[in-house]
Ligand binder design. Structure first.
Ligand SMILES: C[S@@+](CC[C@H](N)C(=O)[O-])C[C@H]1O[C@@H](n2cnc3c(N)ncnc32)[C@H](O)[C@@H]1O
Length: 375
């Protein structure tokens, strides 16, 4: 793999995914197809093929509890739950309006939502008309099992998504072996192999992300040891559900590449850390109740990351070797990420000639209107 951080350090993910995992057949499949691709990319070994796993810059790191604290200071208090719910209803209506007004653009984009039993994280995307595919082993032990992912799996079951772009991969990875709240069981789980299975699942998720190279990806987990055990890059966003309208605390971290500056609808955490008080138990039902993705967060994430409201996000992230300002310029000049792709994909993916790709975009921006691409 040709993964390097900007500062030239070897990426932990590089070692973690390829050298230390006793993985399933499927993971080996994904790995070997990535390795084949990387052998070609090694021709350009001093030049990273992508920046999917780069650490976020300081200004891209967001702690929503700080936004909540600022809100409290400015407004002299937080929202009451009813008002916060109204705000989230507005976000919901916003997503649903996209289905009416932007259906055809959104339908060309695929969102893969992994470890998504309730469908909560992917719900706004589905409502806005994106092509959403939800995976959870409880919903389908075969097609929902992330361990079964391989290039053949995506070809057989999904026809490679008809060649559509994978806009986002969302993953609420199983957390019971990582979350600090379960630390008293760590020693036993580390010994009996349970922890390793959870680590493998994270690696399988990362291999899937690298395989598809989506514009955007996010892994969610409660605060704990997932990053140190799996080699995730540094996190981007932290929040508690009460920052987004759900009145309880559960410190949650998001890793990945996305806009982490989510809007807030801050309320007092009047229910405290209700998870263990209300749902402390070992049954699958209580485990599910503890890990439901809160709705306020789902819609907040959508508001910050959907392609209609953030038109340059996709092009900047997808073509991550190119000058982001140039990509934004092209978008502000009225071109879509799809039109830019039609122009530069060969230069970018096949020839890996970034200079030629950037020149084509510059020429497009400065061309006479008559010579411009048809919308
Ligand atoms: C932390 S929970 C996330 C639940 C999610 N927040 C929701 O609202 O549905 C982890 C989920 O991973 C699923 N899971 C565990 N092993 C899996 C596997 N191998 N493939 C797919 N899903 C798996 C579990 O069934 C569980 O629903």
């Amino acid at each position: 793999m040709v993964l390097q951080h900007n500062d030239g350090q070897l990426d932990l993910f590089d070692i973690a995914v390829f050298d230390s995992v006793d993985s399933t057949e499927a993971l080996r499949d994904l790995r070997s197809s990535l390795c084949e691709r990387d052998e070609q990319a090694n021709l350009y070994s001093d030049y990273p093929v992508h920046h999917l796993f780069d650490p976020p810059s300081k200004s891209d790191i967001h702690r929503l509890n700080q936004k909540t604290a600022q809100y409290r200071k400015k407004e002299g208090g937080l929202l009451d739950v009813k008002t916060a719910r109204l705000e989230i209803e507005r976000w919901k209506e916003h997503a649903q309006r996209q289905l009416r007004e932007n259906r055809s653009e959104n339908a060309k984009k695929v969102v893969l939502s992994l470890f998504d039993y309730t469908g909560n994280w992917s719900k706004p995307w589905r409502e806005a008309g994106y092509n959403v595919f939800q995976f959870d082993i409880q919903s389908d032990p075969e097609v929902g099992n992330v361990f079964n992912f391989s290039p053949q799996f995506f070809a057989d079951y999904f026809g490679d998504f008809d060649g559509l772009d994978i806009y986002a991969i969302l993953a609420a990875c199983p957390c019971t072996d990582f979350a600090s709240s379960g630390s008293r069981h760590f020693a036993a789980k580390d010994l009996n192999g349970t922890t390793q299975v959870s680590i493998d699942l994270v690696h399988q998720t990362l291999a899937t992300i690298e395989y598809f190279r989506p514009a955007m990806w996010a892994i969610e987990n409660p605060v704990g040891r997932i990053a140190s055990l799996t080699g995730l890059p540094p996190w981007r966003t932290s929040f508690d559900p009460n920052d987004l309208g759900d009145p309880y605390t559960k410190k949650t971290i998001l890793w990945g590449r996305f806009n982490g500056d989510l809007p807030i609808a801050p309320v007092e955490p009047t229910e405290g850390s209700k998870m263990w008080k209300k749902y402390g138990g070992k049954s699958q039902a209580t485990k599910n109740a503890r890990s439901v993705t809160p709705e306020g967060f789902s819609y907040g994430f959508f508001m910050a990351n959907n392609a209609v409201d953030h038109p340059s996000l996709e092009a900047r992230m997808k073509y991550d070797r190119l000058d982001p300002e140039l990509m934004s310029d092209a978008i502000s000049n009225g071109y879509t990420a799809e039109q830019i792709g039609a122009l530069i994909d060969d230069f970018y993916y096949i020839e890996m000639d970034d200079g030629a790709a950037e020149k084509a975009i510059r020429d497009l921006i400065s061309s006479e209107p008559g010579q411009q691409l048809q919308p």
